[in-house]
Design a protein around this ligand. Structure first.
Ligand code: FES
Ligand SMILES: [Fe+2]
Length: 385
């Protein structure tokens, strides 16, 4: 008798949907990659979407023609002075603004067009060189409602964004970005950190709801940078430790409200925050920089990972220096090497069992917060964030 019991996915218990949190804006595509009259197929939260640009405005439609299901992304913008996209099969032509079929080219201009001859439209915005889509079941909220201040206030901040595609569900990647103490271990030998003492582990992590109610701030107290483990020896082992001679650069240290510039000048209370839908912010004690990491589910097995580096605008010179330091250092050291240390682990995480432990305090709190506070148009009792 076959007694194999199918293993449940641990995330089923959490209540976090496999395809991601609906009713939010997500970054989906770099603006420069969408050329005029060159439609692009994308998939976001499992939905098949075609992006196209006509008259220099971007539109997003469901990618399945209402007639007999051809992919609109294989079609073309044959009327460039309008907002339309034409299906490659029999020429049904859709308005990008309304999604309505405005002409059936193979049936003549007098043919009747029913109200069902339409495809779903998606609210779309271009911002920070990124195309953003609102995926959901309710009218779109303004994009700014879903952005942290450092991404919405372009007077005060300038940004540089990159993206990677992860071959995994969005939930393990989302877990990776909470304060789960993987960083002192996984990244200890990254080029950025290899000459510094390991930043503190075994700290006690607590979480606090942010003032706007849209996320959590993490606070880590205590922590050590080396320890002796019975029968094993020291961590980090002496073979790894002798080159760690630089002064720590402050990573892993909390903002001190009395002395921290971030708190005194800008009122920033946390260096590490998670915000709905799936955004992680990691800042510097200066308050002049945030690394914003946005997890956009593609489908159940793939995820788009947007890294948006946000720098406070101080002067023209510092803006140029920020860009230079990103190009010469941060882009490859952090956005590439450091991040890929996570990627190869996260893509292989198995989700059939887990034993949450002391280091998972941030993961547990953030999962719970997301389930309890995510925007949900069907639940009148929940706060509409
Ligand atoms: S399938 Fe699109 S026009 Fe026929
Ligand atoms: Fe990491």
């Amino acid at each position: 008798m076959n007694t194999t019991i199918p293993k449940a996915n641990v995330y089923e218990k959490t209540g976090l949907p496999e395809m991601g949190l609906r009713n939010y804006w997500y970054p989906v595509f770099a603006t420069w990659r969408l050329k005029i009259r060159r439609p692009k197929a994308i998939r976001i939260l499992g939905e098949e979407i075609v992006l196209f640009r006509n008259k220099n405005q971007v539109f997003a439609l469901n990618n399945q023609c209402a007639h007999r299901g051809a992919r609109l992304s294989e079609g073309s913008c044959i009327y460039p002075h309008t907002d339309t996209l034409t299906c490659p099969y029999h020429g049904w032509t859709y308005s990008g603004e309304t999604g309505k079929c405005v002409a059936k080219l193979m049936e003549g201009p007098k043919t009747k067009i029913s109200v069902e001859a339409r495809v779903k439209t998606y609210p779309v915005r271009e911002h920070l060189g990124i195309i953003w889509l609102f995926i959901g079941d309710m009218p779109a909220v303004p994009l700014e409602e879903d952005l942290p201040e450092c991404l919405s206030n372009t007077q005060e901040w300038h940004t540089i964004a990159t993206w990677r595609t992860y071959n995994c569900n969005w939930r393990p990647l989302n877990d990776n970005l909470c304060y789960d103490l993987h960083a002192p271990f996984v990244h200890r030998n990254s080029p950025e950190l290899i000459f510094q003492p390991i930043f503190p582990f075994a700290s006690k992590v607590t979480t606090t709801k942010l003032e706007d109610g849209k996320g959590l701030g993490y606070t880590a107290r205590g922590g050590i940078s080396e320890e002796n483990y019975p029968n094993l020896g020291k961590f980090p082992p002496p073979s790894e430790a002798f080159w760690r001679k630089l002064n720590p650069i402050g990573r892993g240290k909390e903002l001190n409200p009395q002395t921290s510039q971030a708190t005194k000048l800008y009122g920033i209370k946390y260096r590490h925050m998670s915000r709905l839908p799936t955004v992680t912010l990691v800042g510097r004690p200066s308050g002049d920089y945030f690394m914003c990491r946005w997890v956009t589910p593609i489908d159940s097995k793939r995820t788009l990972f947007y890294s948006v580096n946000a720098y406070r605008r101080k002067s023209k010179i510092t803006t140029i220096l920020d860009k230079l330091s990103w190009m010469l250092w941060h882009s490859w050291v952090h956005d590439w090497i450091f991040s890929d240390q996570d990627k190869k682990i996260v893509e292989e995480v198995r989700s059939d069992r887990e034993q949450l432990s002391l280091s998972d305090a941030g993961v547990i709190s953030w999962r719970k917060f997301m389930v309890e506070n995510a925007r949900n148009p069907n639940d009148g009792n929940k706060p509409k964030l």
